[in-house]
Structure formats: structure tokens, C-alpha cells
Design a protein around this ligand. Sequence first.
Ligand SMILES: Cc1cc2nc3c(=O)[nH]c(=O)nc-3n(C[C@H](O)[C@H](O)[C@H](O)COP(=O)(O)OP(=O)(O)OC[C@H]3O[C@@H](n4cnc5c(N)ncnc54)[C@H](O)[C@@H]3O)c2cc1C
Length: 381
Amino acid sequence: MLERGEVANTWRRERWDSLRLLTPNWLSRLPGHAYEGTDPDGFMTVPEVVELISGYAASSSAPVRTHTTVTSLGRVDTGYRMVTDGGEIRCSTVVLATGAGNVARVPQVREAVPARVESVSALEYRNPDRLPPGGVLVVGAAATGVQLAEEIHRSGRRVMLSVGEHVRLPRTYRGRDVLWWMEASGVWNQRYDEIDDLERARRLPSPQLVGTPEHATLDLNVLAAAGIEVVGRLAAIRDGRALFSGGLANQFALADLKMERLLDTFDEWARSTALGLDVAPPERFEPTRAPAVPRLSLDLRSGEIRSIVWATGFRPDYRWLDVPVVDRRGELRHDGGVVVDAPGMYAIGLPVLRRRKSTFIHGAGDDARDLIAHLASYLAG
Ligand SMILES: Cc1cc2nc3c(=O)[nH]c(=O)nc-3n(C[C@H](O)[C@H](O)[C@H](O)COP(=O)(O)OP(=O)(O)OC[C@H]3O[C@@H](n4cnc5c(N)ncnc54)[C@H](O)[C@@H]3O)c2cc1C
């Protein structure tokens, strides 16, 4: 196992200071490891995640070679040739476990941001104090965007949040954590080959969720009530003016509808299960309130906004791959983690790789088991 940094590198280097997992402790399972602390319903801080993963690496005696960067990977007759900053390695099979979010996915409009407004990606963001003084525009309202908008606003700044397609979820539903429902109802375990529109499922933004000791819901109603100005999708920046889409009410209605459908699925499962569940009655939530007159533009030269935080997602970086397995959009061509046209090459940790839960810590175990079975039979010929 080659790692360019240290074990749990992304958690040591690429997360903001206040981040906690949005998955509860009881869910942070790895094969042969289950949470045994005193707060199963709590949410780990970043140092706790580092401890979890480092402890797992130590207890499983994983043969990790740290501070070894793979700079290129190419095909040879017998398999693959890997060049690293610590020498060359040949192997008959290879698993790409380099992560789903090596670089921030920032839209091209960034290039038109006036020079006096600082751009910060979610991978660079650490805390509000590191931003220049003044107002902040957060672009993107998935888990990262809503969490950063809330934190920056709480620090006393003026915050505007630009919202495109998003996934709304309550933190708690019928008295249980919403991720308990995802897990128990089987939604999270749904396999990639059972999903109608897999490409779309793989592109879905992360849900608007935050892990706090209070188990608080962090949706757009909460943010707007706190004083954050919610605006539409950032469509363009022209002559220093940011132009926002006017379709906010539609976006809200769509996200509300999808949330209701998911809650219906949970209710249906609860009715049909023979487990005699100890849960509260079904609930429904107030629709997302659209601003009466949504703002459609903002003069970025006016000084109102001094920085833009791009919370527009992440993507993998495959520039080091010298095998033609990446498509025009920079995405790995794979079938459930079995890389296409590259016998013996596998990938893990990508969105909906084999199951809806594939990019989460607890999703790695099942995917790994499936892929190892494939890899073993490949090696056996
Ligand atoms: C902001 C954020 C919040 C998240 N919150 C949660 C959460 O609450 N719960 C949850 O379950 N999941 C969460 N995730 C997803 C989480 O990242 C994954 O569950 C988990 O970290 C994926 O592990 P991984 O090993 O697949 O990828 P990564 O953690 O990305 O690890 C990939 C490793 O590969 C190394 N690497 C990359 N390229 C090379 C190279 N060329 N040579 C050598 N080494 C290389 C990197 O240094 C890194 O250590 C979150 C992700 C983000 C970005």
C-alpha cells in the first residue's frame, strides 16, 4: 500500500478545522472494527477520524509504505509498472484507492471573478479567520456549502449562499438519525447495477447534513432564518457582476419533493418490516421557503463581498495514470470498480462504485470484499 503522505492523509491535510463527520459514530465501521466508545450517536471530529483510521491501519498490520507518491502508472506485458518517488514497482494487479476528491471541482466562472475578491476552495478553507475581512459568497449548498456558510455566518460575517441542485435531509426522522433510516431500510445498500440512472446517482451532491452534538438539522430554512441570504445558482460573472439563476423556487420544490419521496420509502419500509420498530409516527417538514424577491445579481466590485468560497464539489486527479482508462470528463471508466479495458486494475472509494454507500467510510468494507473476490479470481486465471 503506497501513500504519498501519512495514513489518513486527507483527514490530516485537507479538511477544515471544525469539521465533524456527518455519519454517526456507530456507522464508522471498518471490516473487523466497530465503534466501541461511549457516544455511538455522536459525530467524530477530524482528529478522532485520524485516530480511527491510523488505529485501524496499525491493528490490521496493513503494509503501508508512507511518503511514497506514485507519479505514473503504465501497462507492461506482465501487468503494471508504477513509478514512485521511492523507486519503481511492478505488479500484476493494482487497486486505485487514491480518493474521490483530490481536487476541488470549481466552475469556470471562477476565472471572471474580479481580482479584489479572493477565491478559496473547500479544500483550502480552514476557518473564518483565514478569510479576508468582509462579506462572503459561498457557492454550492451540499454538505460542505451549508456547513461552511453556517460557520462563517456564525463568526459574524455577512454570508450569501448560492444554491443549485441539492439534497435536503432532516438530521432526525421519527426519532432516529436519518442515516439510521438510510442504513436500516436498505437504501444505502442499493447496488449500482440496480440503480436506473447510475450516472445521475454518481453525480448527486452530498446531502445537506451536519454532525453536531445537538443533532441539529441544517437546511436552507435554518440558514435563512439565521440571516444568510440564499440566492440561486451562480450562472455567470459578467463585467464583475455575479448573475444568479431565478429558478430558486423550482430548485426548492424539487429538493422538497425528493426528500418526501425518500421519507415515504422509509415509512413504507417501516410498515412492512416485521421487526416491530420502536420509532415515532411519520413526520413531514415545512417546505423550503423561497425569498419573496430573490436576488438575481451582485456587483462583485462593490466591496460587499470580499471572498468566494467554492463548495462546488471535488473530483479525483488521475493525471498520473498513463493507461487510457479515463474518459473525456476526467472520470475513470469502470464497472463497479473493475476498470474497463485494463485487466487487473481496480478502483475503490468512488461515488456509488458498487453501492450507494460506496464513498462513505462504512461503505468501503462491502466494496472491498466484492473487488477482492474479482481480483483473486483474476489472479487465479
Ligand atoms: C469534506 C468531506 C467530508 C466527508 N465526511 C464524511 C463523513 O462524514 N462520513 C464518511 O463516511 N465519509 C465522509 N467523507 C468521505 C470520506 O472522504 C471517505 O469516506 C473516505 O475518506 C474515503 O477514503 P479513501 O481512502 O477512499 O480516500 P481518501 O481519504 O481521499 O484517501 C486517498 C489517499 O490516497 C493518497 N494518494 C492520492 N494520490 C496518490 C498518489 N499518486 N500516490 C500515493 N498516494 C496517493 C492520498 O494522500 C490519500 O491519503 C467526507 C469527504 C469530504 C471531502
